[in-house]
Write a protein that binds this ligand. Sequence first.
Ligand code: PXP
Length: 253
Amino acid sequence: MTHYGKLRLGVNIDHVATVRNARGGARPDPVRAALLAIEAGADGITAHLREDRRHIRDEDMRRLKEAISKPLNFEMAATEQMLDIALSVAPHACCLVPEKRTERTTEGGLDVVGGFAYLKPFVAELGRAGVRVSLFIEPEAEALEAAVALGAPVVELHTGAWCHAIETGEAARGQGEFERLRTAARKAASLGLECHAGHGLDFDTARLIVGFPEIVELNIGHFLIGEAIFVGLAESVRLMRKAMDEGRAAVAV
Ligand code: PXP
């Protein structure tokens, strides 16, 4: 019998800050959104402090850490400046992601093979500080093996290519990407890595991806905040939690 453990939903509140920053004031407040998301069923809050501070700012991270009762997942590029900030905020977890100034969102996984030597001290230092490190990677065997060699306990599989193929109606490519994710999730578990997934997920794709028993956490932002415009943030989070629970119940035997 396959073991299907507790599945966690991490709500990414970056785009509440995007809307706030469009006017330069204090509203809408991402901390208020985080508290509401937790009340509605989120198991943790994710926020990405980008080098250009286009949405979340340093002060948001500190306020989130102070205010929330659930784990804070600090997404960041592996830079000295971000490492200093993360160590001072002391979040529950850090997810290391690649970052390009010109991208609209995190476009691909971290180059853990090519960037191995560069990344190693970041993983080590965060780990020594008691922060759970995850690496945002493409669903590829070499990336998973490099994650183990780097000493990271967690990987987050980039679901963007799969979600994009579904959105654009490319069924064959979508199926291929889905199988690539399935293979990677299995390999992650066999290597002893905790496996998360995220990027571009909506109700339908979240419902499907939780069919992989190895996945224990999804991190979802843009869709949930967009949906909140129509149904409210609490309902958006509640419906996502329901989709995840239904998806897992459908395959748990
Ligand atoms: N996980 C990681 C590592 C990310 O970088 C992002 C995007 O910031 C997400 C999950 C969430 O993606 P989305 O906003 O498309 O749901």
